[in-house]
Ligand binder design. Structure first.
Ligand SMILES: Cc1cc2nc3c(=O)[nH]c(=O)nc-3n(C[C@H](O)[C@H](O)[C@H](O)COP(=O)(O)OP(=O)(O)OC[C@H]3O[C@@H](n4cnc5c(N)ncnc54)[C@H](O)[C@@H]3O)c2cc1C
Ligand SMILES: NC(=O)c1ccc[n+]([C@@H]2O[C@H](COP(=O)([O-])OP(=O)(O)OC[C@H]3O[C@@H](n4cnc5c(N)ncnc54)[C@H](OP(=O)(O)O)[C@@H]3O)[C@@H](O)[C@H]2O)c1
Length: 468
């Protein structure tokens, strides 16, 4: 019977971010299925695990990254294998996985950015937050990028926590950055830059912002930074006031309180400022070959289809700025051969079961995390999401609705990958990378100094003798 010591359930998980690890953990140790015997191979296109915990979470938030200890525990299971440097679609195909595993779970996250679709969006100096975040976090695909941060004023579009991360990172001092695992090139780029003011623009109001309380509170605690909020933006319309009264809106209520505090607080004359603007949308980014100005249009809120939407009023202003970062959300990318909904940027699925155009479940294919439900939610949100998907998978195990691999021998996929993928990194290889990075950080009192190129990562992994 499948799922026993004689015939283990073999699962490939593609993407070693939080959702991939939570899925692995639920398969390897499941209190509802104590007798289940599953073998998990976790693939990532990078030589390193942990997805956005390594390449997204802001470097000045090191505590959040300690969540990886939970993932380490799953990885220590003898029935777990990590294959870093293996990209689905480049190094191995969907068909090859389905030929070797009873189930495949796609947990590839959201790999690109949403666009604004306005004039000037691609001018030099206008960037998606996705690439800036990857750059300061030392993602090897972003380490060659150049960010000229010499402008005095930067505009960040979006009212989510990524917008706040970007604003905060732009204003940290060299000393503050030097205590973190910010990539070396980004410490030099940010500290050597000239940004003194970051204007964060939300298209709707304070009540509708997607900030969470600790993040917005932290802005007011930054050394040498004044936070500016126009009290007029806090004169709430009737719909926003009604929304605030609802149960479940505690975050919004607290956000408004914090913002009122900022609006009332006298400016200290600090050298740097974060300005929180509301009810404005960028309609054009202008400049002669590079960003020089942003044209903003004032919005009003209108109730439409049970939501409060931003409606342009026609009133415009021009804001001088040399940098624009759009932090309006991440977006999923299609995996070759895997059903995908272009509009939502999600793998087509029903409760985690991958479905074809007609809604039929494709046997053995599942998804979890941002690529299943969209690019929102904190790390912990992916735990329930991944567990739900694995529960569906285990239900399908009982009804025998899984893939029927012709070559399920664990040694066979290992041999295939070792032959095919130069620089394949296994879990010992990752530990070798980790050891090099943390050793380099230790004398400087930093959590780690990240290796930011594929060559450096592979060289460090080879120290464990585990790269192909
Ligand atoms: C800038 C930023 C900061 C954040 N900060 C916080 C925070 O402070 N606290 C918090 O709780 N949440 C934070 N979040 C949210 C959190 O990071 C996400 O909820 C979580 O990472 C999503 O997990 P995931 O596994 O779905 O995707 P990801 O973490 O993106 O992992 C996906 C993995 O799949 C791999 N992959 C992609 N394509 C392929 C392929 N074809 N083949 C093989 N592998 C592939 C990627 O390399 C990656 O490792 C932040 C998000 C962002 C964007
Ligand atoms: N410290 C942390 O815990 C932390 C840090 C970073 C990220 N995260 C989490 O990661 C997830 C993703 O964060 P995120 O900031 O990328 O996404 P988000 O929370 O969804 O915020 C996106 C913001 O962009 C705005 N937006 C979208 N399209 C726009 C447009 N065309 N013009 C102007 N504004 C537009 C949205 O406004 P509307 O609401 O009007 O659509 C919203 O304010 C979130 O769940 C977040 O909490 C957590």
């Amino acid at each position: 019977m499948l799922g026993t010591a004689e015939s283990p359930l073999r699962v490939a998980i593609v993407g070693a971010g939080p959702s991939g690890f939570y899925a692995a953990g639920h398969l390897l140790k499941n209190k509802h299925h104590p007798d289940l015997v599953a073998e998990v191979d976790l693939f990532d296109k990078l030589p390193t695990p942990y997805g956005l915990v390594r390449a997204g979470v802001a470097p000045d938030h090191p505590k959040i990254k300690s969540v990886t200890r939970v993932y380490e525990k799953s990885a220590a299971d003898p029935r777990f294998r990590f294959y870093g440097g293996v990209e689905l679609g480049r190094d191995i195909s969907r068909e090859e996985l389905l030929d070797r595993y009873h189930a495949v779970i796609y947990t590839v996250g959201a790999q690109t950015d949403r666009r604004l679709w306005i004039d000037g969006e691609d001018l030099l100096g206008s960037f998606p937050a996705t690439t800036f975040v990857a750059w300061y976090n030392g993602h090897p695909d972003a380490s060659d990028l150049q960010f000229d941060l010499s402008a005095k004023r930067a505009v960040v579009i979006g009212n989510g926590n990524v917008a706040i991360d970007v604003a905060r990172m732009l204003l940290l001092t060299r000393e503050e950055l030097a205590a973190t695992d910010t990539a070396e090139h980004a410490i030099d780029g940010i500290a050597g830059g000239g940004v003194e003011e970051v204007v964060i623009c939300g298209r709707r109001g304070p009540v509708q912002s997607a900030f969470t309380n600790p993040e917005i509170l932290e802005l007011g605690e930054m050394e040498g930074v004044d936070v500016v909020v126009d009290p007029a933006d806090l004169e709430l319309d009737e719909h926003s006031l009604a929304a605030l009264d609802q149960a479940g809106e505690a975050t919004a209520r607290k956000n408004v309180d914090i913002l009122r505090g900022y609006a009332e607080r006298p400016l200290t004359g600090a050298p740097k400022r974060i300005v929180l603007r509301f009810f404005v949308s960028p309609v054009a980014i202008e400049g002669d070959g590079k960003v020089e100005r942003v044209v903003l249009e004032r919005n009003e809120l209108v109730a439409e289809g049970g939501q409060l939407k931003a409606k342009p009023t026609g009133e415009r202003e021009t804001l001088d700025a040399g940098l624009v970062f759009r932090a309006v959300g991440y977006k999923g990318v299609e995996l070759e051969g895997v059903p995908f909904e272009e509009r939502s940027g999600l793998i087509r699925n029903e409760a985690g079961r991958v479905t074809d155009d007609s809604g039929n479940h494709l046997a053995g294919e599942y998804t979890a995390g941002w690529i299943k439900r969209g690019p929102s939610g904190v790390i912990g949100t992916n735990k329930k999401c991944a567990h739900d998907t694995v529960d569906e998978l285990l239900h399908d195990l009982t009804t025998s609705h899984l893939a029927q691999p012709s070559d399920p021998d664990p040694a066979s996929v290992d041999a295939l990958l070792r032959e095919r993928v130069p620089g394949l990194v296994d879990w010992d290889g990752w530990h070798a990378i980790d050891a090099v990075e943390t050793a380099a950080g230790e004398p400087q009192g930093r959590p780690r100094v990240k290796l930011v190129t594929y060559d450096a990562l592979h060289e460090a992994a080879a120290g464990a003798g585990t790269t192909a």
